[in-house]
Design a protein around this ligand. Structure first.
Ligand SMILES: Nc1ncnc2c1ncn2[C@@H]1O[C@H](COP(=O)(O)OP(=O)(O)OP(=O)(O)O)[C@@H](O)[C@H]1O
Ligand SMILES: [Mg+2]
Length: 467
């Protein structure tokens, strides 16, 4: 099923293309009437979706030329000219549907499907959309608002602050802004300010000169320089120490950075996207987050709604993750409608991340290929109700979740998994033995030297685990 899309606003074209491709359509895009007519001469399309105000003319007035070559093709008109006049003109042409902008993408995709009369594009919603176009799944009204905000920042460099609870998809939004935006040819560099020791943050962000401090054996380009021409994603910005906040603010204000131990300043050309799951207002009040930095970052806030506020998205997300799980080699499962409903009624305090982990676990542990509500209940019962994101369940499930979250590189899966397993095990046993390695080795039933070697490799300090 093919659709010809005539739209000169690139960001809108991208979002529509993604939505239509997700519905199984092949989309050909163009941005002018001349191009439209040339494409229509070449081949037939199942539907035309067109904007009205185009650089070389009016998309409605010129529909005569379209009708001449494709009298039966359904036409769907989009327009920012949200006037009665355009609506009337659109219906005069016998267009299938008229959409005033901003429109609901979901609604548009549905309409195109109806127009084409294509019942087979997506059976009863059993198999979900292929993972194409927009990486974000979910068409609920709150997510539409998020998509609309994303389209507004694609063609400029305004700083974006992505807010939302843990696991709501903030990192995914940052990636989407980069991948769909005008800097997509440049690098996307993510830096998690919470994961870097305070004394190293400056050097991580701004780089350092050789000899700037003990251990600085060579000049090192910081994340700002690495992101040159692209996007710098400052994750967990609410956890950044005050000192580093001050440096960051200075860099953002001047558009220049200075490497640690360096003298000259380097101009940087990066788009900043920051994210946090913290509520910054009380932190500003308490003086732990700089108010001026907040205003610098909060140019365009995008707030991701918690999953419990968009239960309509749960089924689509669940089917999306089932598909991913199958691609990763887990058994291919399907969800019955009542099971999807049951999932949608859960609180998902860990948001999409928790749902994702649950679906992977379900793919592994379900008894039947078609999982219904009855099959789902015992699995849901194992979800600790108090958990937010980290869930403690059986090892089988933990391994599956871990694999999904961490995706170790091919050839390293076994070693990485083993290390991930040994670390909490050794720490726990050492804690029980008050940091005594000999007793820990005996308790574990492994050689003392083996334990010592592994502790070094895993950078576990038994001294810290002394009672
Ligand atoms: N709308 C979505 N569609 C598909 N996958 C999603 C969506 N939202 C989140 N995910 C997936 O859920 C997981 C968590 O998302 P992400 O890491 O972006 O969350 P976050 O908001 O950055 O959380 P945190 O605050 O804990 O860092 C990831 O595996 C991500 O791919
Ligand atoms: Mg994150």
């Amino acid at each position: 099923m093919s659709v010809l899309l005539v739209e000169d606003d690139v960001s809108i074209a991208l979002v529509i293309t993604a939505a239509l491709e997700a519905e199984g359509f092949a989309v050909t895009g163009c941005d002018s009437i001349a191009e439209r007519d040339r494409l229509l001469d070449e081949r037939a399309y199942d539907a035309l979706v067109t904007d009205v105000m185009l650089t070389d003319g009016d998309g409605i007035e010129t529909l005569g030329a379209v009708r001449a070559v494709a009298p039966e093709m359904p036409i769907i008109i989009l327009s920012a000219q949200n006037t009665l006049d355009t609506a009337v003109r659109a219906s005069d042409t016998g267009a299938f549907e008229y959409f005033p902008k901003p429109f609901d993408i979901d609604e548009l995709a549905r309409t195109v499907r109806q127009a084409v009369g294509n019942a087979s594009a997506r059976g009863a919603g059993e198999e979900d959309a292929p993972v194409a176009g927009l990486p974000l799944v979910g068409r609920s009204a709150p997510m539409q608002a998020v998509y609309r905000m994303i389209t507004r920042v694609l063609r400029n460099d305004l700083t974006v602050l992505v807010l939302g609870e843990s696991g709501t998809g903030k990192e995914l939004v940052a990636e989407a802004i980069h991948q769909l935006g005008h800097r997509k040819a440049g690098p996307f560099v993510a830096v998690n300010t919470a994961a870097i020791p305070a004394e190293l943050i400056e050097s991580e962000l701004f780089g350092h000169e050789k000899g700037a401090f003990t251990g600085a054996v060579a000049r090192h380009a910081g994340k700002f320089e690495q992101a040159q021409g692209g996007t710098l994603f400052l994750d967990e910005i609410g956890d950044m120490p005050l000192d580093a906040q001050t440096r960051l603010l200075r860099a953002l204000q001047s558009g220049r950075i200075r490497r640690v131990g360096g003298r000259e300043e380097v101009a940087v050309d990066v788009r900043i996207v920051a994210a946090t799951n913290r509520d910054l207002a009380p932190m500003i009040a308490a003086g732990t987050f700089r108010e001026d930095l907040f205003y610098r970052l909060n140019v365009v806030p995008i707030t991701l709604p918690p999953l419990r506020e968009r239960p309509d998205d749960v089924a689509a997300l669940a089917r999306h993750f089932l598909q991913q799980a199958a691609l990763e080699g887990l058994p291919r499962r399907r969800l019955s409608e009542d099971a999807a409903k049951l999932l949608a009624s859960q609180p998902w305090r860990g948001n999409v991340r928790e749902l994702r982990n649950f679906i992977y676990r379900m793919a592994l542990l379900a008894r039947e290929d078609l999982v219904d509500a009855e099959g789902l209940e015992p699995l849901l019962a194992s979800v600790p109700t108090s958990s937010s994101s980290g869930e403690q369940v059986g090892l089988d499930a933990a391994v599956v979740s871990w694999l999904g979250e961490n995706r170790p590189a091919a050839g390293q899966v076994y070693d990485a998994a083993l290390a991930a397993f040994e670390r909490p095990l050794f720490i726990e046993v050492l804690r029980q033995t008050g940091g005594n390695q000999l007793r820990a080795a005996q308790h574990l039933g492994i050689n003392r030297n083996t334990l010592r070697k592994r502790l070094t490799e895993l950078a576990i300090d038994p001294g810290e685990l002394q009672r």
